[in-house]
Structures are given as C-alpha cells and as structure tokens.
Design a protein around this ligand. Structure first.
Ligand SMILES: [Ca+2]
Ligand SMILES: [Ca+2]
Ligand SMILES: [Ca+2]
Ligand SMILES: [Ca+2]
Length: 264
C-alpha cells in the first residue's frame, strides 16, 4: 500500500511539474515570432530588443517612433502589451539601441539619439531617465555606439557630435574626451582591429582612428555605408565587414594587414 501511495505521489508530482513547465513555455515566443523580432531589431535603426531583465517570459521590443517617443512593448505568445512610453523627446529619433553601460556583461540601458542632436539614456529596469545630453550641446549627432574606451570597467557612449568624436562615461555620464579633429561619418564601431592592444574607432567614412589621440591610423576610401566589426576568421581580432545596405557586395577588411582580404 505504501509503495502504491509513493508511486501515486511521484506520478502527481511529475504531472504538476510538466503542467507548470508547459504553462510558462506557452508564454514564450514561438521560434517564428522570435526570429521575426530579431530580424527587425537587427535590420532597423529604430527598433531594438532586449530580454526581460528579471527572467520573465517573452521578449521586449523597443521602437523609437517618428512622433518623438520611445516605446517598449512586451511580446509573448499571448500577444503584445505596451509596457512603457517615454517623455516627448526633443527631435525625431534617428536610432535606438540597447547597451551594457556598467560593463557587467548584461544589457541595462536603452539609448536613443534624435535629429535635434540629443541623446537619451533610460534604465531598462523601470525605464527611469538616467541621462540626457544638454539641449544645445550638439546640433547634430550622426552616429553612436558603446564600447569601453579607457581603463575602467564600464563602457562609454561613443558619439559623433557636430563632427567631433565624444566619449561619455556610461556610469557617471561625464564627458571623458572630445576630439580636436573633425570627422564625417554616419556609422561608428570600436574595437582593437589591428591587435596592438589599443581600441580603434572605425568610421564608415573609411577612417580608422587611434582612440586616445583621434589620429588617423589608416584610411580606406572603399568602405560602404554599413560597417560592423566581427572576428570571422577566429584569430581573436575583429575584421571590418562593410556593405552598402542597398544591395551590392560585401567587403571584408583585415586591419592587421591593413587591406581588404578575400575571405574564404
Ligand atoms: Ca550591465
Ligand atoms: Ca570605460
Ligand atoms: Ca588596436
Ligand atoms: Ca579576425
């Protein structure tokens, strides 16, 4: 009798466990939902995505609308629910990204830049406005990204404001550095592309800059509009991948050779 009872208890427990797991799995996005979201977030400047930061089910979508607000929408298999709407921003959003600013490897911040030369930063946990650039600080910001540009562990916001490169500490939001030189670019990425242990700033204008001095280390006329840094040959150094975004081929540059390579 007692053995039968034990079997029944075990059966009931496994049934309840399956029911509980099944219920939470049902809220998760389907593969097709997830893929459609990731695709849009990757390819559109005004859309980004991030996982709910307390491990809840579903995924969050961020969209920077053309009426000057950023909105967060929680997506699950049950549908979509708007969970946040920003204040009215100054200008029309040009780009929204998500980033890890404190440098612990987990994304924590939503960043938006607008055509009025403003940058805004919101905490993903509660959507508090952490920082915004001053109203007349820049008249235009043509691109931004985040990367660790100095010795501390936190990441900086790297932007091109009124043609000057600016690093803003991602924790204190103090301006760490402003370049003396001026540059023209609409995309910026940062990484040690030549393996000398120092970060370079890569601009889609074709210029590769020393991140400390802003001096041009290398200049290539043949970058296309879109650039990304990715180590595709596994040597530990990112290559520069560039394409027009409007069709045409891709070019891969390996900066430790300082040249376009044939990736094969
Ligand atoms: Ca973080
Ligand atoms: Ca830093
Ligand atoms: Ca380097
Ligand atoms: Ca590589």
């Amino acid at each position: 009798m007692s053995r039968m009872f034990l079997i029944r208890v075990l059966f009931l427990m496994s049934f309840l466990l399956a029911a509980a797991t099944g219920a939470s799995a049902q809220d998760e996005l389907t593969y097709n939902q997830y893929r459609a979201l990731a695709w849009a977030a990757d390819r559109l400047d005004h859309v980004a995505m991030f996982e709910p930061i307390h491990g809840e089910t579903g995924m969050n979508l961020v969209i920077a609308d053309r009426f000057g607000q950023v909105q967060a929408v929680k997506l699950s298999s049950r549908g979509a629910e708007r969970i946040w709407k920003s204040i009215q921003l100054s200008g029309i959003p040009d780009e929204v990204i998500t980033a890890d600013l404190d440098g612990d490897g987990l994304e924590d911040t939503i960043l938006c830049r607008t055509n009025a030369g403003k940058v805004y930063a919101w905490d993903m946990d509660g959507f508090t406005l952490l920082w915004e650039s001053l109203p007349s600080e820049y008249s235009t910001i043509t691109c931004f990204t985040t990367a660790n540009m100095d010795e501390d562990g936190s990441n900086e916001i790297v932007l091109l404001g009124d043609r000057r490169l600016v690093y803003i500490d991602g924790v204190s939001f103090n301006k760490d550095w402003t370049s003396i030189n001026e540059y023209d670019a609409t995309m910026v990425r940062c990484g040690d592309v030549d393996g000398d242990g120092r970060i370079e700033v890569v601009l889609n204008s074709g210029q590769v800059l020393d991140s400390v001095s802003g001096a041009i280390e290398w200049e290539e006329q043949a970058f296309y509009h879109s650039i990304e840094l990715l180590d595709i040959d596994g040597d530990g150094l990112p290559e520069v991948l560039t394409e027009s975004g409007m069709g045409g081929p891709i070019k891969v540059f390996d900066m430790d050779y300082g040249t376009e390579i044939r990736f094969q």
